[in-house]
Ligand binder design. Structure first.
Ligand code: ADP
Ligand code: GLC
Length: 492
């Protein structure tokens, strides 16, 4: 099959969260199964095309509403040697360095990303890369699925047999905006019906994309169930439930080239399950880097996260000060985002100097160091479609403390009291008491049963979540999407 990914993020060129890791991990794994795979991304102002290995690959004319045309520049590179990657250059929409805008109702997000969907399909057709399946991700590119279902609207008849798959990474972000750009994009008024893109007074790009998609996936089995109800569906629970025969949960993988403590070039020292000496070096370096006291008598609890309400900072705020007052742990926080959470993190650092280390900002290097140098890794998420950090932390021998939701429930097995079972510490209710209970269990084992901790670490480090396994499941979904499209065409 020929598969075209259209996405707003892909490492190493553009990443705001896990989506960037997933696109870069999945596409080469699908190609390794013998498929032809391409990715289209915007050329954001932050991407230095020449330094990133791209070469000029011509231009394309994108057709919009009322006969308006917009030309784009195209650049091409390879990912992992096997996947063709095209950048859509159009400074008017993507010249800024930020991937996403502020998300406000009147923002130009639907214009920018609606344009990306059209441009991606146009450039693929122009380059004879007519896909069997277009694989789109979250609200930014969901529209492209609708365009392949109705190639007459796209003005690209050669896409008549192309199917689409929509992967929902985060249903909280639905792309709800004013419909001001709809006619400019040349999209039909009847798509604004409530069962399609229409929303109160505006549009909902994720909902419309899901209505048109031949198959829908989300990033863990548990989350596929969660989004078919509330609160997991973020208001679309009933809508997803009606489509559950076309909805599949597929757990994300870990890119072993980038997240492997035995080879990780971003670490000051490397280590393996049989020789953890390098982990101690990383631990010391993390303390140094984040302003933590150099001590070994308490564990370091790490967090690497977008600062968003999803991630459970509110729970953490209610529980962690108590442990810090009791001098029971050190806390290493890496992240940025919501200003209220940034303020909370600064306050904690000021209140507990030497016990709270903070890196506000985005840094791959510091993120890898925190995964390797911490002893425990905290993800008290209120919801978590998959979550990558808990998988990374297990690989790095850093035991995750997670709430049993979405992919966290599917990947972390709760530790038994003797450490003979489990790969981390799991709590169920989203309450301060439940989080406190999990922390107490983890800290008690850490202080009193080093052998149990070592057994848990060994088991966690042996867990593998591969992109190969995920790709084989996506392959089945692509086939199902093609069948669905063929049936829809025959019925039309
Ligand atoms: P989400 O996509 O909801 O943010 P995931 O756990 O799926 O959550 O993925 C988050 C990704 O972003 C991980 O690769 C993590 O290491 C990375 N990340 C988050 N915050 C930072 C940061 N401040 N610096 C570097 N990487 C970060
Ligand atoms: C989202 C989710 C996260 C998931 C990631 C990649 O941002 O919040 O749980 O791991 O997408 O699929």
């Amino acid at each position: 099959m020929r598969i075209l990914f259209i996405a707003s993020e892909c490492v190493p060129w553009a990443k705001a969260g896990g989506l960037g890791d997933v696109v870069a991990g999945l596409a080469p794994a699908v190609a390794a199964l013998g498929h032809e795979v391409g990715i289209v991304l915007p050329r954001y102002g932050s991407i230095d095309v020449a330094a990133s290995g791209f070469v000029p690959a011509g231009s394309a004319c994108v057709h919009l509403g009322a006969g308006v045309e917009q030309w784009i520049g195209v650049h091409e590179a390879r990912l992992a040697g096997v996947v063709r990657v095209w950048l859509v250059e159009c400074d008017r929409f993507f010249g800024a360095t930020a991937i996403y805008g502020n998300g406000s109702w009147e923002s130009d997000e639907p214009t920018r990303f609606g344009f990306l969907s059209k441009a991606a399909l146009q450039l693929a057709v122009d380059r004879d890369f007519v896909p069997d399946v277009v694989h789109v991700h979250d609200w930014p590119t969901a529209l492209a699925g609708a365009l392949v279902a109705r190639p007459d609207v796209a003005g690209l008849p050669s896409l008549h047999a192309t199917a689409s798959v929509l992967t929902i990474h985060n249903a909280q972000y639905q792309g709800r905006f004013s419909d001001a750009s709809w006619s400019w994009l040349g999209l039909p008024e009847d798509w604004l019906a409530p069962g399609l893109f229409g929303d109160t007074d505006g549009i909902n790009l994720l909902k419309g994309g899901a209505a048109f998609a031949d198959m829908i996936t989300t990033v863990s089995t548990t989350h596929a169930r969660e989004i078919c109800g509330e609160p997991g569906g973020h208001g679309l629970g009933g809508f997803f439930a009606e489509r559950k025969d076309r909805l599949v949960g597929i757990l994300n993988g870990v890119d072993d080239e980038r997240w492997n403590p035995e080879t990780d070039p971003l670490l000051p020292a490397r280590y393996s399950a049989t020789d953890l000496r390098g982990k101690a070096v990383c631990r010391g370096e993390l303390q140094e880097r984040l302003g933590l006291a150099r001590r070994t008598d308490v564990p370091i609890v790490g967090m690497v996260s977008r600062f968003a309400s999803q991630k459970g900072f509110d729970l953490m705020r209610q529980v962690l000060p108590w442990f810090l007052e009791g001098d029971a742990l050190q806390l290493a926080i890496v992240g940025s985002g919501d200003p209220g959470t940034e303020y909370l993190a600064w306050r904690l650092k000021e209140s507990f100097p030497g016990s709270v280390g903070l890196f506000i900002g985005y840094s791959e290097e510091v993120a890898h160091l925190a995964e390797a140098g911490s002893d425990l890794f905290l993800m008290p998420s209120l919801y978590e479609p998959c979550g990558l950090n808990q998988m990374y932390s297990m690989r790095y021998g850093t035991l995750p403390i997670v709430r049993a939701t979405g992919g966290l429930a599917d990947t972390v097995e709760d530790a038994s009291a003797d450490g003979r079972q489990g790969t981390g510490f799991v709590f169920v209710e989203p309450t301060p008491e439940a989080l406190e209970g999990a922390l107490v269990r983890a800290l008690a084992l850490w202080a009193e049963a080093p052998q149990a901790i070592a057994a848990l670490q060994a088991r966690a480090m042996a867990r593998r979540f591969t992109w190969q396994a995920a790709a084989r499941r996506y392959e089945q979904v692509y086939l199902a999407a093609c069948e669905h499209r063929a049936r829809a065409r025959a019925a039309a």
